[in-house]
Design a protein around this ligand. Structure first.
Ligand SMILES: Cc1cc2nc3c(=O)[nH]c(=O)nc-3n(C[C@H](O)[C@H](O)[C@H](O)COP(=O)(O)OP(=O)(O)OC[C@H]3O[C@@H](n4cnc5c(N)ncnc54)[C@H](O)[C@@H]3O)c2cc1C
Length: 425
């Protein structure tokens, strides 16, 4: 069957990738490099998904979930296209590269500037020869046909459109509307962390980590006291923010909006407004700050995903599971932002600080031409809460692109070849 003349792309498509988030971009590049004729479609006006539209950063984590006592970076687990992106972004000043996570929650964090990421991705896809159709939504009326479809939509749009089995999250994690503040005095913030370590979650070697980056999970008493006074109404027990590649700028990841909130935008703006007033008045290091950028969309953490031939589960994360048909590896803890409480539910990664993701987590259980990548992979609530982060989304994206291309071209699916390109351990 032939496709319409989308982007002048009228030949038959081997691999259609739905969604140009970081997983979809990785999938499309991987499928193209494997020899497939690829089309990448994106319903919004630019690529990057949550990493650009919702301003999600820092990317975490490329490294094993271990806190080295000397403060050095743990072993790097995720490589491949995900690492290529970082190398390129560092070379244009859009990322600082990997740094030890000062919070000590993940192995590393990788600050990235969302706006420069948008521009970079367009150029990268063009250089790779991947046609990108922006403003193009996959829905039930979508008529482009392809031998294989990779659902990288973040919400299983293609899976649901094709009538394939999918997982509906029972108790989805809340949403967050990201924004930045500029003019932050990093030294003053760091001084608070050094002087009052009981008020923060900190890496055990925090004092020896580089001073030019900050990452903050805490100010617990300050938030508790402000809540008691009525100056803080957000459903959170802490401030969570990170420095960006732009000096003096921090990305605030503190608003919390229930996934089923009837008026999420109004509630999100109300919380941002409260924080923009609160931070300069009450938080050390913020006295001379101003609102910077507000993300284009409220960030949705959790949505529908594929029902695969296997489901990544909590035991896989906590035991550091090993699968003979692994296609990628993950290295981030189970990280559940409570849907109706201010707390975080977490579980550590077992084994060496990483776990295998099996082929079955990206293959549809009932549709022979359908695969999933990124947020759409098959996982239970806790498995998803680990595998949902950006480096792992890019790793499963690259794997899904390769497997889709092999299937479309009638070639053997070689999971070891795939794993050796995606993973460094
Ligand atoms: C508030 C928040 C904080 C987070 N914090 C972190 C963090 O600190 N570090 C980290 O690494 N990760 C974090 N994450 C997780 C991370 O952002 C996402 O899981 C990641 O973006 C997943 O990438 P993806 O490509 O799978 O999906 P997405 O980024 O969701 O991309 C999906 C793309 O598909 C497009 N699309 C959807 N439907 C269609 C359709 N029908 N047709 C065509 N296109 C479609 C969308 O427009 C989008 O561009 C956070 C997420 C949120 C929401």
């Amino acid at each position: 069957m032939s496709s319409p003349d989308l982007l002048g792309y009228s030949d038959e498509i081997d691999v259609l990738v739905v969604g140009a988030g970081m997983a979809g971009c990785s999938a499309a590049i991987a499928a193209k490099r494997t020899g497939a004729r690829v089309l990448l479609i994106e319903k919004s006006n630019y690529p990057g998904g949550n990493a650009t539209r919702a301003m999600v950063a820092p990317w975490q984590s490329y490294h094993a979930c271990v806190a080295n006592l000397d403060g050095s970076l743990p072993k790097q687990v995720i490589g491949g296209i995900a690492q290529e992106f970082v190398d390129d972004l560092v070379s244009i000043g859009a990322s600082t590269g990997h740094i030890t996570d000062p919070i000590g929650f993940a192995g590393s964090i990788t600050p990235v500037d969302p706006d420069r990421l948008k521009l970079y991705l367009v150029g990268k896809l063009e250089a790779e020869g991947v046609p990108l159709a922006l403003g193009t939504e996959y829905n039930t009326g979508f008529s482009v046909t392809a031998r294989q479809i990779v659902d990288a939509s973040g919400n299983a749009s293609a899976t649901r459109g094709l009538g394939a089995e999918y997982i509906t999250p029972g108790n989805p994690q809340p949403m967050t509307w990201m924004f930045t503040m500029t003019g932050v005095d990093y030294c003053a913030v760091r001084e608070q962390q050094l002087q009052h370590p009981d008020q923060f979650v900190l890496h055990p070697a925090f004092a020896s980590l580089p001073e030019e980056h900050i990452a903050v999970s805490g100010f617990f008493d300050l938030v508790r006291d402000a809540t008691a006074r009525g100056d803080w109404t957000l459903p959170r027990d802490r401030l969570l923010f990170f420095s960006t590649p732009n000096p003096g700028e921090v990305l605030i990841n503190t608003t919390r909006i229930a996934a089923d909130h009837p008026n999420p935008h109004a509630e999100g703006l109300r919380q941002i407004q409260e924080l923009v007033r609160f931070l300069p008045e009450h938080v050390p290091g913020f006295a001379n700050t101003r609102l910077g950028r507000i993300a284009d969309v409220v960030g949705q953490r959790e949505s529908y995903r594929l029902e695969g031939t296997a489901r990544l589960g909590v035991a896989d994360i906590t035991s550091g599971s090993v699968f003979p048909d692994a296609i990628a590896r993950g290295c981030y803890p189970v990280d559940i932002h409570g849907a109706s409480s201010s707390v975080l539910e977490t579980d550590e990664v077992g084994g060496h600080g990483w776990y295998d993701i099996p082929l079955g987590a990206i293959l549809s259980r009932d549709h022979g031409n359908l695969l999933a990548a990124g947020r759409c992979i098959s996982a239970d609530r806790e498995g998803f809460a680990s595998a949902r982060v950006l480096p792992i989304a890019m790793a499963t994206g690259q794997a899904a692109g390769m497997v889709a291309a092999w299937r479309a071209l009638g070639e053997k699916v070689d999971t070891s070849a795939c794993l050796s390109l995606v993973s460094l351990v």
